[in-house]
Design a binder for this molecule. Sequence first.
Ligand SMILES: [Zn+2]
Ligand SMILES: [Zn+2]
Ligand SMILES: [Zn+2]
Length: 196
Amino acid sequence: MRGVPPNKIGKCARCGQSFQAKGPSQKYCDGCRPIAYREAVRICSASYYRRYPERVKLANKVARAKRHDYYLAMARRQHRRTRERLRTMVLRNYSGAVPRCACCGEREQDFLTIDHIEGRARDAEKKFGIPRAGYPLYRWLRRNRFPIGFQVLCANCNISKGKHGKCTHTTKLDGSPTLPSDSEPNSFNSGLIQTA
Ligand SMILES: [Zn+2]
Ligand SMILES: [Zn+2]
Ligand SMILES: [Zn+2]
């Protein structure tokens, strides 16, 4: 960078603002530089892929073979993240910004499930192809823009509702005695507990 005046004022090629250039070839201001760099890389690699798809595929294959465990771990991480995002989105749509059990108010996300309010999960699966629980159900709900008929319940309340038709929390609040454990189980709900 010899021969270049140190405090040259440049004009950012991205945002158009004036900035203090540190070198003769600096085109972007400090704020735009990392973004502009990422944009350039994306455009370059996309056009390279269009020209030489086979080369890129082979290079990826070689890289994957060399660092198999690394790429596997990365794929698993991404998979988990995608699933968690979907789950959070579904729970928020049926509850609120901080999803909670509609019965007991439990907020621990790990404990929360989606419950078919009418308790006819098996019927709904047979008649309409609505998955009973877990990620297939979450995907179905998103695809169908979160239809009514579902609510957020924690696993405990869900199990209790599946067993008695409604959670024993509510029967206790009513003042009525807890249903006997040999009462008719709701067969429609027994498959609701998600294992995924
Ligand atoms: Zn800029
Ligand atoms: Zn609950
Ligand atoms: Zn409950």
